[in-house]
Every structure is written in structure tokens, then in C-alpha cells.
Design a protein around this ligand. Structure first.
Ligand code: FAD
Length: 351
């Protein structure tokens, strides 16, 4: 079976990975070059946080995210290139003047998930992060974690190339129709085609762009091990610890399709909040500034659609890295069913 996939972000690469593992012949199209990091997926902090995200998301995100947390360890094992991945729990902290925000955060989680207490506990932050002892009481969310997104995307790329995928780089797809992927010069035919173009599909779906800005800091004097969120009435941040004293500080959420560099205002807000969490961030070095736009549908939920000959995954919004394994699994289940009914139909005609 010949499969064509447009878009080599997390959705496209993971779908290609599952298809190629089934023995299908896969061609992956992307408008960028193989070594480009322009896709939104490369911007992601790699937070895998199905429960803490629930405060502002729908229960579907928790369900899909929890499924992904079961699938991630297996995926990481399958990849030949090693990928930094951790599932050691996360912290939610607030300054003493903002404890009302923390209580509200906790109440929202309980309201959205009956079994919230199975996963969230009140703790002294010092028990998990001694350098953040001054934050007093906080929340501890079990099972949450993070993955090095760039490492994951690169490992998938390496694995796909090794398994013989045809990767059409620098090819802009103009239209996707059942069994066909069209560029401005050529039409490619497949048995099935899939659209994973993120914001690149905005003419076909009611997508909107949600700008996110993220800073990479190198802070030798900071020792934080767990993904930590700071809740605050205005400036909410997360800190994602990576090896070699690197901390990802994010992320803004601005309703705008704007890929221009990080603004002074956003930098001030992110950095001030980080400094308020741990004074040693004052001496950190800003080693990277990241901007990209999250592809979001009106309900902020993902779409996984499959019709005869064509499918699409999109609307991954602020949870694409978290949700990708689960939404791709959903697509594979739909796809297997479609193939089965196609075969049954053909058998019925032949008999
Ligand atoms: C700052 C920031 C931080 C984030 N942090 C997290 C996080 O911690 N955890 C999390 O789960 N999510 C996070 N996200 C969200 C996550 O990055 C997105 O949900 C996810 O990347 C969407 O993946 P995608 O594959 O749908 O789209 P993309 O990654 O945008 O991939 C789409 C691909 O399609 C290609 N393409 C587009 N148009 C065409 C065309 N016409 N022809 C050919 N190719 C085309 C593009 O080049 C691209 O490679 C973050 C996002 C941002 C911006």
C-alpha cells in the first residue's frame, strides 16, 4: 500500500513511523528542508502534562494525554537514537501572596476530574525541590514528565530514513484530495493520503494561530529537577529542566499569526517570573529565543478525520507533543477499520 503524508511535524513523523512499521510504502512531503527546525513542533518545550493542563483544557485532553503517557515509553524504546525522556512528576507553585491562585488551580482540576486526588497532592515544595523551599506549599502531580522534542523529532527522522521512507523535502503541497497530493508542478498518486500540515492547512480548516514565545536559559547555579509551573494572576510560567543546566522557560500565548522575534514585553514577563521563582536565574544566560504558532481549531481540540482515501490530523494547539502518540493511534485504528471494510467489500463483490 502506498501512503502519502503532507507535513513532517510531530503528527506527520509519528504517523509515518506507524505506517512504515506496518510495512507500507511511505512518502513524506515537507515544504522545509530535512534539517530545518522551522516546524512548530521544534518550538515545543516537550511538556507531557495531561493533568496540570486540565486547568485550562477539556477532559478530552486529559484522556488523550494519559493514553500518550502509556505509549511514550514504548515509542522511546523503539527509536534507535536515544531521546531524553522523563516521567518523574511535576510541581505547581505560587508565591505566598498568590496562594488563592494555587487553590483555584487545584479546585479546577478537581472539578474537571473526579479522581483528581489519585494524582495530585498538597506538599511542601522543599520535599521535591530544596532550592524552591521559599515557595512553601504547592501541588505535586504524579506521572507527568517531559521529552526533548528536538531529540524526538530527529530520532524519528533518522528512524524513518533508515526504514526507507521517501522524504520529499522543500516541496510545498498545494492541495490534498483522496489518493492525491498536488504541488504546483506535479500530482502524486497514493492509495491513501494524510494531511498533517499544521497551520499549512489553514485554508481548508478553520485554524487560528496562537503565538508562543519560549526562552532557553543556561543556569549553572540553579538545580531544579522537576517540571515546575508558577501560577500567578498575570504571569504564568513553566520551567522545564534539561541536562547540562539548561532550563526552558515558557511560554506566552498570544492570539496572533505572528512569527516575528520574541518581544521585549514577553521577555520581561517571562524572565521576571523566573527570577521571582529562583533568584539564581538572574545570572542565567539566554541561549535561544524561540517563536512559533500553535495550530488551533475553534474548540482548541484536535481533529482526527478519515474519509475514503484521505485523512487529516490537526488542531494540536498547545498539546501536540503530549497528544501525538494518542491521536496517531486513533488514526491508525480508524485506518485499520477502513482497510478491513474495503477488503470485505471487495471480497463480497468477487464472491
Ligand atoms: C512555544 C511553544 C511551546 C510549546 N510547548 C509544548 C509542550 O511543551 N508540549 C506540547 O505537547 N506541545 C507544545 N507546543 C505545541 C506543539 O508544538 C504543537 O501542538 C505541535 O507542534 C503541532 O504539531 P503538528 O505536527 O500538527 O504541526 P507542525 O509542527 O507545524 O508541523 C507541520 C509541518 O507541515 C509542514 N507544512 C506546512 N504547510 C505545508 C505545505 N503546504 N506543504 C508541505 N509541508 C507543509 C511544515 O513545514 C511542518 O513541518 C508548543 C508550541 C509552542 C509554539
Amino acid at each position: 500500500m502506498k501512503i502519502g503524508i503532507a507535513g513532517a511535524g510531530i503528527a506527520g513523523r509519528l504517523l509515518a513511523w506507524q505506517m512504515i512499521k506496518k510495512g507500507y510504502e511511505v512518502t513524506l512531503f515537507d515544504k522545509n528542508s530535512l534539517n530545518s527546525e522551522a516546524a512548530c513542533s521544534f518550538a515545543a518545550a516537550g511538556i507531557l502534562s495531561p493533568l496540570a493542563e486540565l486547568e485550562m483544557a477539556e477532559p478530552t485532553i486529559f484522556e488523550l494525554g494519559s493514553r500518550s503517557m502509556q505509549l511514550y515509553p514504548e515509542l522511546i524504546k523503539e527509536l534507535e537514537q536515544s531521546v531524553f525522556y522523563r516521567q518523574i512528576g511535576s510541581l505547581v507553585a505560587a508565591h505566598s501572596s498568590d496562594k488563592v491562585e494555587l487553590n483555584h488551580f487545584h479546585r479546577m482540576l478537581k472539578h474537571k476530574l473526579d479522581r483528581c486526588d489519585d494524582y495530585v497532592q498538597n506538599i511542601a515544595i522543599a520535599d521535591k525541590e530544596p532550592e524552591l523551599a521559599h515557595m512553601g506549599e504547592g501541588l505535586w502531580v504524579t506521572n507527568e514528565g517531559q521529552v526533548d522534542t528536538i531529540g524526538l523529532l530527529n530520532a524519528l527522522q533518522q528512524g524513518l530514513l533508515k526504514k526507507g521512507i521517501e522524504w520529499k523535502e522543500r516541496v510545498e503541497v498545494e492541495a490534498i484530495e483522496p489518493g492525491q497530493i498536488k504541488t504546483n508542478t506535479e500530482t502524486y498518486s497514493f492509495d491513501w493520503v494524510f494531511d498533517c500540515r499544521g497551520m499549512g492547512a489553514k485554508n481548508e480548516l478553520s485554524l487560528r494561530a496562537v503565538r508562543g514565545e519560549l526562552l532557553w536559559l543556561q543556569a549553572e547555579d540553579v538545580k531544579i529537577e522537576h517540571l515546575t509551573r508558577l501560577v500567578h494572576p498575570r504571569y504564568r510560567i513553566y520551567i522545564v529542566p534539561r541536562p547540562n543546566d539548561i532550563y526552558l522557560l515558557g511560554a506566552t500565548e498570544i492570539e496572533s499569526e505572528d512569527y516575528s522575534p520574541v518581544s521585549v514585553r514577553s521577555s520581561l514577563e517571562l524572565l521576571s517570573a523566573a527570577y521571582s521563582l529562583h533568584k539564581s536565574f538572574g545570572e542565567a544566560r539566554i541561549i535561544k529565543q524561540i517563536v512559533n504558532c500553535r495550530p488551533a481549531l475553534p474548540d482548541n481540540l484536535p481533529t482526527v478525520e478519515l474519509e475514503d482515501g484521505a485523512g487529516k490530523i490537526n488542531g494540536l494547539y498547545r498539546h501536540g507533543i503530549l497528544l501525538a502518540p494518542a491521536v496517531v493511534e486513533q488514526m491508525m485504528i480508524k485506518f485499520d477499520q477502513a482497510i478491513r471494510s474495503q477488503t470485505e467489500g471487495e471480497n463480497a463483490v468477487n464472491s
